[in-house]
Design a protein around this ligand. Sequence first.
Ligand SMILES: Cc1ncc(COP(=O)(O)O)c(C=O)c1O
Length: 403
Amino acid sequence: MVSRERLALTTPNLTETAMAGKKSLSHLRRYFPLTKKCIYLNNASEGPLPLSAKRVMEKFLYDSSYTENEHDPESFRIVEEVREKCARLIKAKSSEIALTTNTSYGLNLVCRGLGLKSGDEILLPEVEFPANVYPWLNLRSEGIRVKFIKTKNGFFDISRFHDAITPETRVFSVSFVQFLNGYKNDLKALGEICKQKDIFFVVDGIQGVGNQVLDVKECGIDLLSCGGHKWLLSPPGTGFVYLSSEAKRSLGTPFSGWLSVDWCRGKKKPDFTNLLRYDLKPFETARRFEFGSYPFLDIRGFDACLDMLLSAGIKNIEKHNRRLLKLLIDHINSSSRYELKSSLEEKHLSSIINFTGPGIDRVHRRLREEGIITSLREGGIRVSPHFYNNVTEIRKLIRVLET
Ligand SMILES: Cc1ncc(COP(=O)(O)O)c(C=O)c1O
């Protein structure tokens, strides 16, 4: 039997983290045992679960087997806290957050919720991850047009967006950070255009939220969807959608479920003693888009990861990751072997870069043999460090690249 001692929680000391975060985030590295086994530079694919999350999840599993926890009020309280923490990540209000299971959930929600009609037009950059393409293509059978905007070498250009808009354009959907080359889109400028032209502005946030500072209000984003399993380091099956209070008016309720309605009715705890009443109203908040029973185990892990990210500070994380990538960028720029596939413009830099060179598949394999984990994406090596990575690891990557 697993002893309670072994399951004792050791979450990071948040005060210590907040203080140290101003200068260094190195003390958080110990929460990532993976760093002892390999140099993991692949957060754009999947983030490793920190020990603090693993421990609260183990405790939940233990309690689920050994204790009675019917309609566990603690779990509902954590769901509420997690909404609030997601909101803090992007400078939103918790009433504008619904918890989801991945990025695709929120994108499908907006596709179906906007009540688009035959002849309406959706604009997408031609280099979106498929999660932000197929939900829109699925509307074509209803006469809705999907138009792809050309990019320059994979970099999305605002003037081309401007030119693509027609009187039929209803929605523009774009990634905060492009998944292949890490190009950070200028969401503020894009949001302004959408506002002027009355276009619903949708953002796939998964490659930027958690590693780049974002103010959804300042950018005029109507809806942002984000999965938790990459930069938020959370269990797969976690995520959230942000729907601005103003945009809520434009979005219907395409789906509804028994947990979309208010069982609390002004009280603190939900009252499930009269389930056959059928007269409850949907929540006024974005919570109306949460339909049924929650993955409480995953949400506990999500909560612990959000604590770590928020206490480290997104601005600190952004700076730290940028500093690591700068070492690599400088090296590649001075190398005759490799060339960058990412933009070097300061405002388009993120926590992802991609570079290529002769025999890149072989180079990728060699890195793996040396215990350095990156992704091979469309003919380039994608490197995506997070706050637990360090300069020594990037130096080792550079050494291997040159052998
Ligand atoms: C930009 C982008 N959007 C979405 C996803 C994944 O979507 P989901 O969270 O629905 O699995 C990925 C990567 O897996 C991605 O890179």
